[in-house]
Design a protein. Structure first.
Length: 213
């Protein structure tokens, strides 16, 4: 069995990572989404345990001290953390794990996932969604109508800093129409699954017969 992939999708706030991940989850049942823990308040329509695990700051800090998170970071005044055990269990069973995560947290995950401290250092695939302009990003944030003006300005300031990190990812998708973005993401995942180094050694004779037939 091929171990699963750890797929990281990052973008500035409003950059389209949530929509892209929803489309990828609908495309392939072998992809599962990580439910992140956070201390921020839930937004209208969000469900605890489905969109996020909403924790108090005290409970989050207790879990962080216990080593329950693969990574955690404070972003825009709130904590976000990634449950570690779930990821390792899914990869071990051959499922691809999808993470929509901001840059600060993604940096920590990528550093750990590429090291010998992680059980599956070859599983990582990282993708950064690059908005074509900051004006488009601001338009998307305002269209959501979820934040006040001060929060929007703070998110734009953070976004400008996050954009400087796109070269640290394996792939960059310059975002346009969502269908095009999804097509690019699918192509990336299909190619990564087909890498020869990820073919289980026991499968090689079978693969050779198929390729030569």
């Amino acid at each position: 069995m091929r171990p699963g992939l750890l797929i990281i999708i990052s973008s500035p706030s409003g950059g389209g990572k949530t929509t892209l991940c929803q489309r990828l989850l609908a495309w392939d049942a072998n992809i599962t989404r990580v439910v992140t823990c956070t201390t921020r308040a839930s937004r209208p329509g969000e469900q605890d345990g489905k969109d996020y695990f909403f924790l108090s700051r005290t409970e989050f800090e207790r879990r962080a001290a216990a080593g329950d998170f693969l990574e955690y970071a404070e972003y825009n005044g709130n904590y976000y953390g990634t449950p570690r055990r779930f990821i390792e269990e899914q990869i071990a069973t051959g499922r691809d794990v999808l993470m929509a995560i901001e840059v600060q947290g993604a940096t920590k995950v990528m550093q750990l996932a590429r090291s010998s401290a992680f059980a599956y250092p070859d599983s990582l695939v990282s993708v950064f969604l690059v908005p074509t302009t900051m004006a488009l990003l601001e338009q998307r944030l305002r269209r959501r109508a979820q934040d006040d003006e001060a929060t929007i300005q703070r998110r734009l300031h953070i976004a400008a800093e996050e954009m400087m990190h796109w070269t640290e990812y394996d792939y960059a998708i310059v975002t346009g129409h969502i269908d095009d973005d999804v097509a690019h993401a699918k192509a990336i995942l299909i190619a990564e699954r087909c890498r020869t180094r990820r073919v289980p050694k026991g499968d090689q004779p079978w693969v050779q017969r198929e390729l030569l037939s």
